[in-house]
Design a protein around this ligand. Sequence first.
Ligand code: C5P
Length: 309
Amino acid sequence: MAPSPSRTATGVRVRVPAKINLALKVGAPRADGYHPLATVYQAVSVYDEVHAAWAGPDEFDVVVSGEGADQVPLDDSNLAVRAAKLLARTHGPNESLGASLSIKKSIPVAGGLAGGSANGAAALLACAVLWDLDVTADGMRALAAELGSDVPFALLGGTAVGSGRGEDVAPALAQGTYHWVLAFGFHGLSTAAVYRRFDELSPNAPPPEVPAGLMNALRSGDPKLLARALSNDLEPAALDLQPRLRTVLQTGLEYGALGALVSGSGPTCAFLVGDESAAVDLSVSLSAEGVCRAVRRATGPVIGARVVN
Ligand code: C5P
């Protein structure tokens, strides 16, 4: 297949956001080992970038730079590589395709912010545009779901309800822009390990349901209401595996956060504040206390994966 002339020289660059879970309700494991979820995702303004350029037939390679780059695998387990290969195999022409991928990371690795999933989603989009493939939105969603539970949301962005194992996403009615302060942990947490701990701590977890109070708060656009409705069933497991996260959450609340929770499987802690200046104040205080590795301000919701060149 001939490369699309307008994209050949420079390749295609996609920007993709991190996510936090405003609510994460988790049920008992299914027969396939995954947990049924009822979650509300919000995409926030911390972005990775994935650049895709043409490579020879069946050639796939990846380089990674930025936040936590040394912890990202460069082999076929890299989610961006898996995404490119999956797309080529399922939607490519008869001739083999190849891609040279470059990932610029700002989303911490193993941080509960779906950074790996974001890279998978971005690679899907970048390669579909690079190779000029005819893939429907439903086709992209199906590939994304095959890659990982959080990948379809990284394509969609905004604020969305997730069900199934998280891969079944639908936009949520939400008003306003929310201001977040994110405290990155000193060490990552394995999502699978946090779920295993959850099973030990909650052997009889009921079927999960999205909390009505959270949906009402999102419709109101009032951060104080949203702060009261934040919840995460994985938080006790994450705190059990990294007890120092309790101090991080407490410190943020003492310095004026409206609400605080562990994001997804952690260890990133997310603090909701009322406005930009409160976010600046809280970031300064959290940094000064030295309770976490780094602090970032972010707003949400933001759009999902998008081509930026
Ligand atoms: O789907 P993904 O590959 O992102 O999930 C990573 C790991 O998190 C899975 O291997 C599984 O251990 C756990 N998980 C789960 N239930 C979910 C989502 C993820 O148990 N709904």
